[in-house]
Design a protein around this ligand. Sequence first.
Ligand code: OVM
Length: 398
Amino acid sequence: MDTLIERAVSSVDPFSHAFLENPYPHHEAMREAGPVVRLERYGIWAMARHQEVRDALTDWQTYCSGAGVGLSDFRKEPPWRPPSIILEADPPLHTRTRAVLTRILSPAAINVLRERLVQEAEVLIGRLLEKREFDGIAELAEAYPLKVFPDSVGIAEEGRENLLRYGSMVFNGFGPRNDLFDKAMANAGPVRDWIMSKCSRAALAPDGLGMQIFRATDSGELSEAEAGMLVRSFLSAGVDTTVYGIGNALYCFANHPEQWTTLRENPSLMRLAFEEVLRFEAPVQTFFRTTTKAVDVGGVQIGEGEKVLLFLAAANRDPRRWERPDQFDVRRRATGHMTFGTGIHGCVGQAVARLEAEAVFGALAKRVAAFELTAEPTRRLNNTLRGLDSLPLRLVPA
Ligand code: OVM
């Protein structure tokens, strides 16, 4: 006799303000409801347990990206922009584009940036120490990546504010057409035009990461148009993710001063500490996949062509995987979190993200004893990202 498994159903809206303000109780409810949960409101499936999220991410043949990694199914409605040829692609196209970025963004290749990124962090932290009180989001979490990332790609200075506007479009664009989506897309035309104008060979510095992509056209590995599309991927994925990551790290250390002390006393914990931030307050909360065939998940049948919402941030706090999951602890082995994803689409830029964080928090650890909140932080809601709009801080010098 077959075992009958009751299918878990939820009426929750994971893109509502209430959910996004505090997703954690909802994550727990979804994890406990079952290995996969039907979200009635959107007619989609959701996974919130570490094992199931991981299994879906490592099975691209069943859980594809080519139909989009947001709610919208590209096979049923036109995407708001031409699909990314790496994020929203499957093998064999993905294999070819990914190989180029894997090479350009390898830890060894990215280490070349270290000296300049550390220098920029030290200059910025020196200025902020003089100011003493400032907004940790605008003046640090945004200011640092907005300087070093476009410098590294090889983009001109003028108009860089468009990078955050475009990031908001991209990451809100993975959600439903709700108020957050509409607000992000309100000025889409000029922002998109600016971004696309920076993706041509002519707009890029000769020694940057962007031009390195264009060099892959020499061997015929990529076409000229594909190289431009991969520069667009840099500009889409490389700014907001690190802005929210650095902002969330500041938020964690301001709220857990004893963890900052532990880190300062043990500088070798720096890399693990940033992984713990990514686990505990994941800047990227979710991605979707689309099933290519019917699949059984823990006894529940999912049909072909179904959207599956993967809660990376819920996997990061699954008690089946983590001890004391709701505790921020820089000493734990936080690697294995799902914030960078895993499998063939696992974050190709993670060496850059880690280097930026190491530079900023390394500079802070040398000179800052504590972070004091001078007012309540406010949240910036986003259909995909979790982070702050403002984080009023006072630095206590070491
Ligand atoms: C892209 C892209 C956009 C957003 C995120 C991302 C996390 C990639 O355009 O390829 O990866």
